[in-house]
Design a protein around this ligand. Structure first.
Ligand code: FA5
Length: 334
């Protein structure tokens, strides 16, 4: 009997010392498990004199019930404690302000292209789309390039094969539109504009990229002259840069215009070239069956990147392609 009492005292002390339900499980196994201390006592019964066996058996059974009860009580305490600890650890402070959702914004080039588009639509141009993967026939062929013109050199284009290349200029749309005129799908007069990506095999630097954007616009009607071109580009420049802006036209050569000019605007005491322009070469009109005695047209093509570069003081156009948020988030939302 003394051993049973000792066992009980020991069990009670151990149960009280348990700091977690896991420790309690281990104690339970040591006393009540198959190979536990209670089982060992019961197995001793056989070695006792028969008259002692019932009392001993009863004492051991009572001891087991007692241990079970202590275990239950202690388990309930420990479970409450552990739940409280978990709740504390996983606590969510619902009074903290939430994570702000950053408003999406438009890319500075998109902002610029929207303004360019609005200005030209305001001047009566209809915007059309053209493919970025273009055929040599439209990118160069239809545009009156002499056979050996250096601009057609492989160096300047990304050739895809079978006469296909990534368009190097949005002027490539002209041949497609003139074909529509020839097919009777469009009628003169025309006032067409296109804006989009162009690609050139370039040595990339702060002002030249392999991928950039252009806007082209052209008009064909009876009696279209350089005066219309200059008036249109002057008005466009005012809409984009303000009433005070000055424009400059200087002679330049492009195979698809005659005469050809480069177009610049006044900027910070100097001039900034935006692109090229001129009267559509009569050869092109004639190639598509348009009577160049009766009809004439002007065309211009401008780089887009230059515009936000000078408006926002950006000195490297590669920033437009890098998609670095530190750069992109500096622009107005709209
Ligand atoms: C042209 O591309 C002609 N198609 C423009 C034209 C249209 C002339 C209609 C006459 C009539 P140019 O190669 O100069 O011309 O390019 C026009 C503008 O596109 C340049 O002034 C520049 O602003 C921009 N540009 C050209 N190449 C790049 C480049 N690699 N990276 C960034 N911008 C470029």
């Amino acid at each position: 009997m003394e051993t049973v009492q000792q066992l009980l005292d020991q069990a009670r002390a151990e149960i009280e010392r348990c700091g977690s339900t896991a420790e309690l499980d281990a104690v339970e196994l040591r006393y009540l498990g198959k190979k536990g201390a209670i089982g060992a006592l019961l197995r001793q019964i056989g070695s006792l004199p028969p008259e002692q066996r019932p009392t001993f058996g009863q004492a051991v059974n009572q001891a087991r019930e007692q241990i079970e009860q202590w275990l239950d009580t202690r388990r309930a305490q420990l479970e409450r404690l552990e739940l409280a600890q978990r709740l504390q650890a996983e606590r969510i402070d619902i009074t903290l302000p939430g994570m702000p959702i950053r408003p999406a914004r438009l890319h500075p080039l998109t902002l610029t292209m929207r303004r360019v588009k609005a200005a030209l639509i305001g001047l009566g141009f209809e915007f059309v789309e053209g493919p970025e993967l273009e055929h040599f026939r439209y990118n160069f062929g239809a545009l009156n390039y002499p056979e050996d013109h250096p601009a057609m050199d492989e160096q300047n284009s990304f050739h895809v094969g079978d006469g296909w290349l990534m368009r190097t200029q949005t002027t490539a749309i002209q041949g497609r539109i003139f074909e529509q005129v020839q097919a009777g799908e469009r009628t003169l007069p025309l006032r067409i504009a296109i804006i989009g990506r162009c690609f050139r095999y370039e040595n990339v630097d702060a002002t030249h990229s392999h991928t950039f954007h252009q806007v082209d616009a052209f008009m064909v009607d009876e009696g279209v002259s350089m005066a219309h071109l200059k008036g249109t580009l002057t008005q466009f420049a005012r809409m984009m840069f303000g009433q005070e802006v000055h424009v400059r036209f200087r002679p330049d050569y492009f195979p698809f215009v005659e005469p050809g000019v480069d177009f610049a605007i006044s900027w910070k005491g100097g001039w900034l070239e935006l692109g090229g322009a001129g009267l559509i070469h009569p050869n092109i009109l004639e190639n598509y069956g348009i009577d160049s005695e009766r009809y004439s047209g002007f065309a211009f093509g401008l780089g887009i990147e230059r515009i936000p570069m000078l408006q926002y003081g950006i000195d490297d156009l590669r920033l437009f392609l890098e998609n670095d948020l530190r750069f992109l988030t500096q622009f107005p939302l709209l």
